[in-house]
Design a protein around this ligand. Structure first.
Ligand code: SF4
Length: 286
């Protein structure tokens, strides 16, 4: 990643627009580093993306003021990444400290995103304390939690042990009843218990493309890059799409069955070798 040259100014704006006009995404997430490093370009780019009918998400540390006009734009979601309560967050994220975030989100409607780590789960009540701090604030519209996702072979204190993962799921299920801003449905939270075995079985990985700041280099198999440990995946986006796939239309037909069948058919007709096989789709959904 250090060898990549990111673009600036008009070159960045026209480069992003060229990609979206070619790939025609429904949703575009601009993530970091921090997109607000290029805040002038982002301010010019966001309305151009919205004019194309694309939902835009900007993920930032809020190290600088979020443009005021974004608060009233439809189909824009500003997500502020916060690594836990103030002592943990400030030591990891300076200069985007709590103090600076509170100043820079004034007047906004933001989503807070926190990645739960093993260290947090060793302290009972941590998630509740986090929600108690953030949810009363008028700038905070929603809160999302992910779980830390390691790479295969990692041995890090951030990794949740199996019982900590279970506890995190139990905590989120309980807290969503008390904190309406915890914007995580029960079906989504339950997906954390059974993450996909492999990127091939991940709806999120199969429906998204991640392109680096040089606007050429593709990152795979998902936004984590490298060899993510899917069996320990804690990405809220992956779980959200898995929950959609598990949803049964009319109480009978899982959306995922249509998705996997459609994906296989599309791959076959665009030159793949394996014809669609509905029983495979059923296996993946088990
Ligand atoms: S989002 Fe999670 S489950 Fe999907 S490919 Fe990445 S690590 Fe694996």
């Amino acid at each position: 990643m250090r060898d990549l040259n990111d673009r600036k100014g008009d070159e960045l704006i026209t480069g992003v627009l060229e990609i979206v006009d070619r790939l025609k995404p429904l949703h575009l997430s601009l993530v970091g580093g921090d997109p607000l490093v290029r805040h002038r370009e982002m301010q010019a780019l966001v309305p151009l993306l919205l004019a194309r009918g694309i939902h835009v998400q900007i993920v930032t540390s809020a190290f600088r003021t979020i443009p005021a006009e974004w608060a009233s734009l439809p189909h824009v979601n500003v997500v502020v990444s916060i690594d836990g309560l103030q002592p943990e967050h400030d030591s990891r994220r300076a200069p985007a400290t709590y103090e600076r975030i509170l100043k820079n989100i004034a007047g906004q409607k933001i989503t807070i995103h926190c990645t739960i780590t093993g260290q947090m789960m060793k302290r009972p009540g941590y998630l509740k304390d986090f929600l108690d701090f953030w949810t009363p604030r008028p700038e905070v519209a929603k809160v999302w939690f992910s779980l830390f996702t390691p790479q295969v072979g990692d041995d890090l204190p951030e990794i949740l042990q199996p019982q900590e993962r279970q506890q995190a799921v139990a905590d989120m299920l309980a807290l969503r009843q008390c904190y309406s801003k915890l914007d995580m449905r029960e079906g989504l939270i339950r997906q954390f218990v059974t993450p996909p075995d492999d990127p091939k079985e991940c709806v999120f990985a199969r429906t998204t493309r991640t392109i680096s700041a040089d606007l050429k280099t593709e990152i795979g198999p998902c936004q984590f890059g490298g060899k993510p440990d899917c069996k320990s995946c804690g990405c809220i986006a992956s779980m959200g799409l898995a929950a959609v796939a598990a949803h049964k239309l009319g109480g009978i037909l899982p959306v995922g069955r249509i998705f996997w069948a459609s994906l296989r058919a599309g791959e076959f007709w665009s030159g793949g070798t394996q014809p669609p096989n509905p029983s495979d789709e059923l296996r993946v959904l088990k």
